[in-house]
Design a protein around this ligand. Structure first.
Ligand code: 1HE
Length: 270
């Protein structure tokens, strides 16, 4: 580990977040299995610290949960009486942590299994790709708990995956999506056999780590913004980002390699 200083890592671990490098992939683990990886403030701060301080050699990251579930959402035992301003600052603090996942230095793949509920789904939605195994189930029980999403950016990110209508249904009715239907509606991009999510996520992250860094940056930082711009602004931004990416020496080398028959062709899908 070159970039993440040990005290930050130790404090994160004490608060339930472990980091391990597998080659150039940072594997981040929620490790509060006895509480189904429920998110308390310590764990959220640790998540923020780890994603803001990934080792310099990390070129992609994976996030996964220890035990039988990815994440049971907000630790309900920490739901405190807060006045409106305390509530706003608390929520904004969580936003910083999940933004550190979504808008950090490297693409993030979430490996999902078991419960992906409430804040757990918000966290999964902050990743750039989600891989679910067959045990995965998704819910937003906030509606039935008398609260609203509000720390993890769920009202911003979940509708982008599945649309506001499906999220409204999940919250109004307590609907739970199983792994197959979750993949069908867009909660996950990959569905794998039980126990296979972490390995698949690491495989994808390892492949992502070989992309040109500028391409990964454009995809994780420019694309989400372009997609929200009015078309005319989006096309303008696209032209800027495309020309910056194409100007990088690595892009030129990769295109040349293909033209010289030295780079892999696109293969037909299975
Ligand atoms: C928890 C939590 C939690 C488990 N906060 N302690 N999230 C929820 O409403 C989901 C609540 N949890 C569940 O529905 C279930 O626990 C699970 C489906 C995730 C897992 O079930 P299971 O049978 O494997 O575990 P369990 O026996 O229910 O829980 C094991 C322990 O974890 C138990 O504590 P123990 O001391 O009795 O052993 C549970 O109390 C504890 N536990 N989930 C606190 N969430 C930023 S806004 C986001 C708002 C939300 O996320 S609201 C949704 C909250």
């Amino acid at each position: 580990m070159t970039n993440l200083n040990q005290p930050i890592l130790d404090r994160a671990l004490a608060n339930g977040i472990a980091l391990e490098m597998q080659g150039d992939v940072a594997v981040v683990r929620l490790c509060r299995p006895a509480k189904r990886n429920a998110l308390n403030d310590g764990l959220i701060e640790a998540l923020r610290d780890v994603f803001q301080n990934l080792p310099a050699e990390a070129r992609a990251a994976v996030i996964h949960g220890e035990g039988d579930h990815f994440c049971a959402g907000l630790d309900l035992s920490e739901l405190k009486e807060r006045d409106a301003s305390e509530g706003i600052f608390h929520s904004r603090g969580w936003h910083v942590a999940l933004n550190a996942v979504e808008q950090g230095r490297v693409p993030v793949v979430a490996a999902l299994h078991g419960a992906v509920v409430g804040g757990g789904l918000e966290l999964a939605s902050a990743a750039h790709i989600r891989v679910a195994d067959e045990s995965t189930f998704y819910a937003l029980p906030e509606g039935t708990r008398g609260i609203f999403v509000g720390g993890g950016g769920g009202s911003v990110r979940v509708p982008k995956l599945i649309g506001a209508a499906r999220m409204t249904d999940m919250m109004l009715t307590g609907r739970v999506y199983n792994a197959v239907d979750g993949e069908r509606v867009g909660l996950a991009q990959y569905l794998v056999p039980n126990g296979g999510a972490l390995a698949k996520a690491i495989e994808l992250a390892s492949r992502i780590a070989t992309n040109a860094p500028m391409t990964n940056f454009a995809l994780t930082h420019a694309l989400p913004r372009i997609a929200e711009q009015p078309a005319d602004h989006g096309l303008f931004t696209e032209a800027l980002v495309a020309s910056i990416a194409q100007a990088a020496p690595e892009a030129k080398a990769r295109v040349r390699a293909f033209l010289e028959g030295k780079a892999a062709k696109v293969q037909k899908a299975d």
